[in-house]
Design a protein around this ligand. Structure first.
Ligand SMILES: [Zn+2]
Length: 374
């Protein structure tokens, strides 16, 4: 049984119900969990500088292996000193394995037991990813936390999920064998669609292999919220207590609280920056689209209780003006507010676990109007 690479350590500092507050030490700093990780798909959190991310209190940033492999290329990034130096983010970074993007973005793909051959969505060029290749790319990128290469089936097809699970498990073993860098923690990815028995089988198999952390893949891809919660509840008692758990691509405010309630530590989601690019902001009462003419003379901030730079400094009228004039600053200011909202929620969740009042926090959160349409 392998465990944590020498310069990683995960410690649970407080438990309340199934909610966990922990500290995850990585070679590039501490991650206090539960944590929300902003997504920097192309080694850039869209419209936000690393200095702004730091000011927002972000600790962990996610980058996408598929995108960086295709452009500018993992070897180029290694030549430039690795991802931390290339994007000038000194804190912890997590990369995915490329699996999910190959299945969701590539122009065409052909999967076999050895790997996946696909055409780039950028220029149609032909590429092949295998577990060994995914690890080699992620070693070139140099993130602190890296992911095993997995098969990502549609969540409701049991036959497909059975086949994909066998493949995901055999690929997980190959990833462990291929990994050579001691300063990276490789997480196994739990698959099995909406089928709790397959999910449990996946946890048991991967836990036996001794991964230092576990990612839960294939959720928030079309299944219902109840199905997602049932999967999380089924696997929670089987997951090793002393290893971090990462729910991939799931991070709306309500999903975040629901995931923490079911024992998850790490979340990422493109929602804050994607909404910002569509002129939308997260507020206590849900999504607000600032392009709406009703805001043209509105002197109030996006949210008068929010302490972010945007809300401390600018009116809805000014932000609407930037959007209508197609000023680039709009994307930055809206992203700052949306990222702050998720990062602040993470801090409040963590504090409530440390104070043994997470149950109350969650009850009040779900009873209130907060983020009802998200
Ligand atoms: Zn704000």
């Amino acid at each position: 049984m392998t465990g944590f690479p020498s310069n990683f350590e995960f410690e649970i500092t407080a438990l309340h119900g199934r909610a966990r507050a922990g500290t995850f030490n990585t070679p590039h700093g501490k991650i206090f969990t539960p944590v929300f990780a902003p997504v920097g798909t192309q080694a850039s959190v869209k419209a936000i500088t690393p200095a702004q991310l730091h000011e927002l209190g972000a600790s962990l940033v996610l980058a996408n292996t598929y995108h960086l492999y295709l452009r500018p290329g993992d070897e180029l990034i290694a030549e430039m000193g690795g991802l931390h130096q290339f994007m000038n983010w000194p804190g912890p970074i997590l990369t995915d394995s490329g699996g999910y993007q190959v299945f969701s973005l590539a122009a065409t793909r052909k999967i076999d037991d050895d790997g996946v051959t696909f055409k780039s969505h950028i220029d149609g060029s032909l590429h092949r990813l295998t577990p060994e290749k995914s690890i080699s790319i992620q070693e070139n990128l140099g993130a602190d936390i890296i992911m095993a290469f997995d098969d990502c089936p549609p969540p409701g097809d049991r036959e497909y999920n059975l086949r994909a699970l066998r493949r995901t498990h055999s690929w997980a073993e190959r990833c462990l064998k291929a990994k050579t860098h001691p300063d990276q923690a490789l997480f196994g990815i739990i698959q099995g669609g909406v089928f709790s028995d397959l999910r449990c089988r996946s946890v048991e198999y991967l836990a036996h292999l001794g991964f230092p952390g576990f990612a839960i893949g294939g959720l928030s891809v079309g299944e219902t919220k109840d199905q997602m919660h049932a999967v999380l509840e089924a696997i929670d008692p089987l997951l090793p207590e002393d290893r971090p758990r990462y729910l991939m691509g799931v991070g709306t405010p309500r999903d975040f609280v629901n995931g923490v309630m079911r024992g998850v530590d790490i979340f990422d989601c493109v929602l804050p920056t994607r909404l910002a690019r569509h002129n939308a902001v997260l507020t206590l009462t849900g999504r607000l689209n600032l392009v709406n003419a009703t805001f043209s003379r509105d002197p109030s901030p996006i949210d008068e209780h929010c302490t972010c730079y945007t809300c401390r400094s600018f009116s809805r009228a000014y932000l609407r003006h930037l959007i209508v004039s197609k000023e680039m600053l709009a994307a930055t200011l809206l992203s700052i507010h949306n990222l702050h909202t998720l990062l602040q929620l993470a801090r409040e969740i963590r504090q409530s676990i440390l104070d043994s009042r997470f149950d109350d926090f969650a009850t009040r959160f779900f009873e209130s109007e907060k983020f009802q349409n998200l």
